[in-house]
Write a protein that binds this ligand. Structure first.
Ligand code: SAM
Length: 252
């Protein structure tokens, strides 16, 4: 009798779990009508960027192709094409579209290049980088928060970039020596200074964009000279979450 009751309880639990999974999947589904609305919103977002004098057509076209709504939590999808950062959990954010555009423009990405991104977050910026380096290139992105590694990987798969972007768990201030050297490096969190391993892993003639500073931050374009030194140019004031780790800030 007791065994039968246990079996019934287990069956009920299984059914409840399956129902929960069905509900989650339903919340995650996007109808054709919604897809069409998102496509118009994406076009409007790119038009707004163009009006803000972001004139790099290669970058704008790449952003037209990447579905940003697949990189934000479902309850924030209706804000996906607003030009603002959005929360993605763990106190982290997906960067505002204009900032993604500026960073990609400064990197002057070319087809076939190998790129390292530090701070995968949602995976969105990595997808835009992948569009710019094309099928012949590759993007490596590294993230220190395990749940965001999973979030970015799932989003990149949903959006069709799983073969063009590789996501790694770890401290990005150390770079990814196994896959170095990189043509370009894009750091999407603010560091006190340029981490030496990232300079080492950049090709001669390569470029890196990195926000530097704690409360007041500026975006810098770093170029590695033929002699192995660096040229550093301040571009604009920015506001990013901190780079945490050996060559970054200490965790609070
Ligand atoms: N590029 C992301 C996107 O498209 O969604 C946004 C990145 S968010 C502004 C910065 C990310 O850097 C956060 O997800 C944070 O966890 C990560 N981060 C901070 N320190 C890091 C480190 N040492 N190594 C790797 N990732 C780090």
């Amino acid at each position: 009798m007791r065994r039968e009751r246990k079996a019934v309880e287990e069956e009920d639990e299984r059914e409840e779990e399956e129902e929960e999974e069905r509900c989650e999947e339903a919340a995650d589904e996007i109808t054709e009508e919604e897809e069409a609305r998102f496509a118009s919103a994406r076009l409007r977002m790119v038009e707004r960027l163009r009006k803000q004098r972001i004139a790099d057509e290669r970058v704008l076209n790449a952003m037209l192709r990447v579905k940003r709504h697949l990189f934000v939590p479902p309850h924030l999808r209706s804000y996906a094409y607003e030009d603002c950062p959005l929360h993605i959990g763990e106190g982290q954010t997906i960067s505002a579209p204009h900032m993604v555009a500026i960073m990609c423009h400064l990197l002057d990405l070319r087809k076939g290049e190998k790129v390292l991104e530090v701070g995968a977050g949602s995976g969105y910026h990595a997808a835009v980088l992948a569009e710019l380096v094309g099928e012949e290139g590759h993007v490596f992105t590294i993230e220190r928060i395990r749940s965001l590694v999973d979030f970015a990987s799932q989003n990149l798969k949903k959006a069709g970039y799983e073969h063009r972007v590789s996501v790694f768990f770890g401290n990005g201030s150390l770079g990814l020596p196994k896959f170095a050297p990189f043509d370009k490096i894009c750091v999407t969190c603010a560091s006190p200074d340029v981490p030496p391993p990232l300079v080492e892993q950049l090709k001669e003639g390569g470029k890196m964009v990195i926000p530097l500073g704690s409360v007041l931050q500026d975006l810098y374009l770093i170029e590695k000279t033929r002699s192995g030194g660096i040229r550093k140019e301040r571009k604009c004031a920015v506001s990013f979450v901190p780079l945490i780790g050996k060559y970054g800030f200490r965790e609070r």
